[in-house]
Design a protein around this ligand. Structure first.
Ligand code: NDP
Length: 298
């Protein structure tokens, strides 16, 4: 029997409606949550992401601003801009779109953003807060979105064997952090994993995030498993007007015949990422407001 589809577009819409409600409450209290995205250079894919982030902010009633800098902007200039945004009380979330040009050290950029405004959740302070279960920490948007998708799909991860395929800092590792906090039994696979198919076959829930088109095939999936496909890959396809199609890290046609639930690509995890970015930003604004009020009454 074909798997049930987990509809990321529908779930993202619900999250964005929640965000709009929370934003409205903050605006009525005198604070408009604000996200500033910094884009260095003219990478076309990054430009598309940045435009959709700005649009989503405005739709949720938030202030969405994009600062575009030329590709040859010196690192010191970018860091000075981050310092100014850190000090700007109308900016609650700061995001520097990755990848940055080669002459800029991405880690220096991440470290410069105040952890309270790091809505991407990449700053080591937030990584640590999420790992130890401190609620004020911001989790990276894509794995946080996966957790919401699982929850809304009625998938309880507690006690389940979850295999995370990939160990990047932006998806795989924070995914592990959130799953462990939710009491899953987690195995992480990467390029050095021995006999990967047999490890993956042990998963009740499989989260694929390796950036290899249609890597996971039906023979690697336990019948009835839940499959979340984080991958977004472009593959050449002469039958498409654009000359390519998007696909995930999972071979959807075959895996959807053995899984119990599955996310499509596109329309699965992708839409959740921006929704969770908005959620983190509105929470950053609420946390800052609460901290200000606490300081005022101290
Ligand atoms: P990275 O390239 O940073 O990491 C890939 C991970 O997969 C690494 O840990 C790597 O192992 C592992 N890996 C690569 N090849 C293999 C293999 N053949 N067997 C086992 N493990 C392998 O990718 P990201 O985490 O940034 O992204 C993963 C995918 O998710 C991409 O398709 C990306 O486009 C997508 N993505 C989607 C988002 C969304 O919004 N839906 C957001 C972010 C990413 P090792 O560490 O050993 O090298």
């Amino acid at each position: 029997m074909p798997a049930e589809l987990i509809d990321g577009v529908a779930v993202a819409k619900l999250v964005r409606a929640d965000v709009a409600r929370d934003t409205d409450a903050l605006v009525r209290g005198g604070v408009t949550p604000g996200l500033t995205v910094v884009l260095v250079g003219e990478d076309p894919a990054s430009a598309v992401y940045v435009r959709s982030k700005e649009k989503a902010c405005v739709e949720a009633g938030m202030k969405g601003e994009t600062i575009r800098l030329p590709a040859d902007t010196p690192q010191a200039e970018l860091l000075a801009l981050i310092d100014r945004l850190n000090a700007d009380a109308t900016v609650h979330g700061i995001l520097v779109q990755m990848p940055v040009p080669k002459h800029i050290d991405p880690q220096a950029v991440i470290l410069r953003i105040a952890p309270e405004k790091d809505v991407d959740g990449f700053h080591p302070v937030n990584v640590g807060r999420v790992w130890i279960g401190e609620k004020s920490g911001f989790a990276p948007c894509t794995p946080a979105g996966v957790m919401v998708l699982l929850e809304r799909a009625g998938v309880d991860v507690s006690g389940k064997n979850v295999v995370v395929l990939g160990r990047s800092n932006i998806v795989g590792k924070p995914m592990v952090s959130l799953l462990v906090a939710a009491s899953a039994t987690v195995t992480v696979c990467h390029s050095k994993t021995r006999d990967l198919p047999s490890v993956v076959r042990g998963a009740d829930i499989l989260i694929a995030a390796i950036g290899k088109p249609e890597f996971v095939t039906a023979d690697m999936v336990k019948p009835g498993a839940v499959v979340i496909d984080v991958g977004i890959n472009r593959v050449d396809d002469a039958t498409q007007a654009k000359g390519y199609r998007l696909c995930g890290d999972v071979h959807f046609a075959s895996v959807s015949q053995v899984a119990s639930k599955i996310t499509p690509v596109p329309g699965g995890v992708g839409p959740m990422t921006i929704a969770m970015l908005l959620k983190n930003t509105v929470r950053a604004a609420a946390q800052e407001l609460a901290a200000g009020q606490a300081a005022g009454t101290a």
